[in-house]
Design a protein around this ligand. Sequence first.
Ligand code: CA
Length: 524
Amino acid sequence: MTIARRELLTAGAAGLAAAALPAWAHGLAAVTAPINPFTLGVAAGDPQTDGFVIWTRLAPDPLAADGRGGLAGAVEVRWEVATDEAMRGVVSRGRAAADDRFAHSVHVEVGGLAPGRPYWYRFTAQGHASPIGRARTAPVGGVDRLKVTMASCSHWELGWFSGYRHMTAEDPDLVLFLGDYIYEYSYRGERAKDKVVRRHDREADIVDLAGYRNRYALYRTDPDLQALHAAAPCLMTWDDHEVQNDYSNRWSQDPKVSEAAFLARRAAAYRAFYEHMPLRPRSRPQGPDMRIYDRLSFGDLVDFTVLDGRQYRSMQPCPLPDSRRGHVAPDSCPDLADPKRTMLGAAQERWLYDGFKRGRGRWTLMAQDLLVASLQQTGKDGTLGHFTDGWDGYQANRSRMLSALAASGARNPVFLGGDIHSFWATDLKADFCNPASCTVATEFVGTAIAQDPPPKGAFDDAQARNPHVKFVDVTTNGYVTLDISPARIETRFQALSDKRDPQASVRTLQKFTVEDGRPGVNLA
Ligand code: CA
């Protein structure tokens, strides 16, 4: 079945020839169901010069308690790709089988398309048609412009997804989801008071496959998020809340949870991530392991690298006795600069540094989850030091990464991140302790779509203590847009009027430029 399924999923390259279905799947198409199974929309990802991956998941009852979406058994799904939004000029079509194993999700690798142009796609199953999605193949050769918009930290309960609606209106070529796409915990009791605008599907933390499936399904019922996915292909990485707050690798933030128990939870979370994202079948999880780091190019303009900052990392430095959650550790913590510790893991580090040497694009963009810049800060207990859950907890890895970047000749590196519920623009220095040292790369970090900003006063001293921080705003929600051309990147920090308002407006809080050949942030 694995081979037959693989043939099915790759049959798009054969153009109009319908794919051969495995024997067991014949006759499935005849079934017409009373309820439309396309409740979760469609999505496209990983745009290449000849195609992309298209996704949907059939779920007539998307929040069914067992996590099966109201379906059992195999269902035939037909898909088609056209050159126009009315779906008249169909240039590729095929059939795929959706079954229980991956929650009736479908990940079709479409190939054989022309580079650098838009296409439209849709699915049909059980007598119903999905919404029509739009994707764009990557261009070849000379590229004048690419528009990218990026988001992170979207707690369903704490705000409406107006930011996603405004991102769609920007008409981007590519959307980056940089982590905390879902949240595993809910607000309840006093914590929820005056805070929650809508409720999660359940109050208890999600820990099993049904729980994670239904959390993704809930988020995907949001019309603003569905519209964004239908409008443009995306690249995505994860941060902690796709599994559990501040987890590292095989360690729960709760030291009482065994590694085996936590890996079972991680396996469920990663599997649900795969089932709901437009990832290629090669990303299918194997138990608790799933590779999402990747790279792709947009002609000669941009080389994108997608990093995984969670799965392979060492445990956070100097953990507190009762919890492994992130905290501000004093600089006397010996782990902080330990060269044996890693954020990315040895294999991903090697892969990354090799990629720096091989990159050919004008701009080298890193899509990852966390603030990269060093940030000396004051903890809740008054401790002056560095936060252990971010790159500051993995300083040796950061130094190796920035050194490898500087030595590689990769052009115009820019790091993009999220996680911190606030806007940051920084110069990434060869030596953060020496403001006069050279700037190796530029960094933009986006705020939350729908998480609360840090408490008032937090980071008030950030720029005074960290002169490489060129801009910080800890008061607003929103997203980031980058207009990329050969000469420069123009970045906009887009601020929402109020995440609690479903009709929230957006304004530009600050503009920046990065000039070709001159690393560092310029306020515009
Ligand atoms: Ca996070």
